[in-house]
Write a protein that binds this ligand. Structure first.
Ligand code: DC
Length: 228
């Protein structure tokens, strides 16, 4: 019988999770689920609706009510609107990190993530996938890179999208975000004990993709009996 497979990829900001998770999912024919996009969508809605960052129950209500769709083409659709570009504005990184520290927001989104992931084989990336969302995932990866390298990559990514950014500012913003994401009491960013650690500093995307593919194949009977 074909088996459903979950690949969990966690790690700090700018480690290359999104790019690699998307590429890995395409290679395996699995669904790609970007959970950070969901926290970003809730943050975007809160900003537009004028809900204060201190209003925990108001933010929880938004997270419960948010209709978030991640399309196979890679679009993020919030309540019927394509918000793919809006959630990638630099200020949304900070806002998403703030709302994601609220336990009620996490509870609401984790349930949605589990529903999205349980029907199909998927590559799901975030901060707590291997520890909280799918602790039984067949494959767990903790993808890391040095803080300098992560900041450089983020600046490059912003530039390709036409957003000018200063390396020192991006470095500082990322440091603060990682600090908040790893020290919050609820589901902090942490490597699961059974996750495989990969430091992608100095590796190009092809090398990391091949390493990930090898790990998945080793852990899933060579990828043969996998339900897509
Ligand atoms: O991966 P990202 O940069 O798009 O995520 C934005 C923020 O969302 C991140 O700073 C922390 C939060 N997040 C989280 O708490 N848990 C996840 N599974 C994914 C993201």
């Amino acid at each position: 019988m074909a088996k459903r497979i979950t690949v969990a990829i966690d790690g700090p900001a700018g480690a290359g999770k999104s790019t690699l998770a998307r590429r890995l999912a395409a290679r395996l024919g699995f669904l790609y689920i970007d959970t950070g996009a969901m926290y970003r969508a809730v943050a975007l809605w809160a900003g537009r609706a004028g809900v204060s960052w201190d209003d925990r129950s108001g933010l929880e209500q938004l997270a419960l009510q948010a209709d978030i769709e991640l399309t196979p083409e890679g679009l993020v659709v919030l309540n019927g609107e394509d918000v793919s570009a809006a959630i990638r504005q630099p200020e949304m990184s900070h806002a998403a990190s703030v709302v994601s520290a609220i336990p009620g927001v996490r509870r609401a989104l984790v349930i949605k993530q589990q529903r999205m992931g349980e029907a199909n084989s998927c590559v799901m990336e975030g901060r707590d996938i291997g520890t909280v969302v799918f602790p039984e995932a067949e494959v767990k990866i903790y993808l890391d890179a040095s803080p300098e390298e992560r900041a450089r990559r983020r600046v490059k990514e912003l530039e390709t999208r036409g957003i000018a950014a200063r390396l020192d500012e991006v470095f500082e913003e990322m440091k603060q975000r990682d600090e908040r994401d790893s020290t919050r009491p609820d589901s902090p960013l942490r490597q699961a004990p059974d996750a495989i650690y990969i430091d992608s500093s100095g590796l190009d995307e092809n090398q990391v993709e091949e390493a990930l593919l090898r790990i998945v194949r080793e852990r899933t009977s060579n990828g043969k009996e996998v339900q897509r």
